[in-house]
Design a protein. Structure first.
Ligand code: ADP
Ligand code: MN
Ligand code: MN
Ligand code: MN
Length: 338
């Protein structure tokens, strides 16, 4: 038997963006614990905007488990928040709103800034660095700095060790801006992985005295904002698809445009301006390889006869992948399949 450090992680009740919370309990297991072996736990919901002080217990229900190589016998336990009965999802539990997602695949491209002393890493104390251009996928100290690369590489290794399905990383268009991509079969799996990757990044940055800035437009002016493009495909889109189905899908996305924007992250009007590879927030468009459209159709989609995945470019870096996946699947479910 060994004592394992179980870090129970959940999303609090803050709006419009929930914060990650976590606390540790120690339990003995013969080997690395399986999900079924992890008990429900509780927390004080009055401290997280999830309950009143009088009756403040909320329940943590483990839904995914990851090795945590930063700690001896470390375990990250992603949880859903439940009401005290243990079976009813708490109103802040958006993971529970995801429709049956068998066969749905999601790829999230999480962009973010690394910040210190109130500005992105690599920004001078006064004024601005050289304009955008060389930073995207850049190399060299003047383009990406030193600490940033170290953090990004360490984060990648920690995520891979945790079994998170990272697909890649790159330096982004603005100085101090980065991206990682996570792909998951099953929308809950993909969204769990994004939240746990965010958790690992936030915690890793503590020791560098660096913060992760997820806001979608932290620097005004000619500096890119941060998105979280959501690439998605259902079983039907991959195996049957077709032009008619695609056009029906796009009509449904057009119809539900406002409901999508409502869960695609706060302050998105600052980012979706029609500039910097975005469509403006009040328009819905789609186009082949069009980075200025709301939805970009990859070449592979057309080449294979309207089959495959689509990229919704509107979700932003602060968006909740549970709510984003939930909304996309809801809209997809309104489109009849013959
Ligand atoms: P870009 O920056 O050009 O938009 P990326 O490589 O950063 O491209 O992101 C593409 C994303 O598409 C990846 O996250 C990948 O996992 C995802 N993806 C690829 N194929 C599928 C698929 N069939 N269903 C859902 N997502 C997919
Ligand atoms: Mn990308
Ligand atoms: Mn990007
Ligand atoms: Mn993209």
């Amino acid at each position: 038997m060994a004592k394992y450090k179980l870090e129970y992680i959940w999303l609090d009740g803050y709006t419009p963006v929930p914060n990650l919370r976590g606390k540790t309990q120690i339990k003995e297991y013969a080997s690395f614990p399986k999900l079924e072996e992890l008990p429900n736990w509780g927390f004080d919901g009055s401290s997280t905007q999830q309950a009143e002080g009088k009756s403040s217990d909320c329940v943590l229900k483990p839904v995914a488990v990851y090795p945590d190589t930063t700690r001896k016998n470390g375990v990250l336990v992603m949880c859903e928040v439940m009401l005290p009965d243990g079976v009813t999802p708490h109103p802040t539990n958006h993971r529970a709103t995801i429709l049956d997602d068998a066969g749905t695949w999601f790829g999230f491209e999480q962009e973010y800034f690394l910040y210190q002393d109130g500005r992105p890493l690599g920004f001078p104390e006064e004024g601005f660095p050289a304009p955008q251009g060389p930073y995207y996928t850049g190399v060299g100290f003047k383009n990406v700095g030193d600490v940033a690369r170290q953090i990004v590489e360490e984060h990648l290794d920690l995520c891979l060790d945790a079994g998170i399905n990272h697909e890649g990383i790159n330096a982004e268009v603005a100085k101090g801006q980065w991206e990682f991509q996570i792909f998951g079969k099953g929308s809950k799996k993909a969204a769990d992985d994004v939240w746990v990757a965010r958790y690992i990044l936030n915690r890793l940055c503590e020791k560098y005295c660096v913060d992760v800035e997820y806001h979608c437009k932290p620097i005004k002016g000619d500096w890119n904002g941060s998105g979280m493009h959501a690439n998605f495909s259902t079983e039907y889109m991959r195996s049957v698809g077709g032009k008619d189905y695609f056009e029906g899908l796009m009509a449904a996305f057009q119809k539900h445009m406002d409901e999508h924007i409502a869960v695609y992250g706060p302050d998105n009007h600052l980012r979706l301006t029609g500039l910097h590879e975005t469509q403006s927030i009040d328009k819905f468009t789609y186009g082949l390889a069009d980075r200025g459209a709301s939805i970009r159709i990859p070449h592979s989609f057309i080449n294979s006869g309207y089959k495959g995945y689509l990229e919704d470019r509107r979700p932003n870096s602060q968006g909740d992948p549970y709510q984003i996946a939930s909304r996309i699947l809801k809209t997809v479910s309104t489109v009849p399949t013959p």
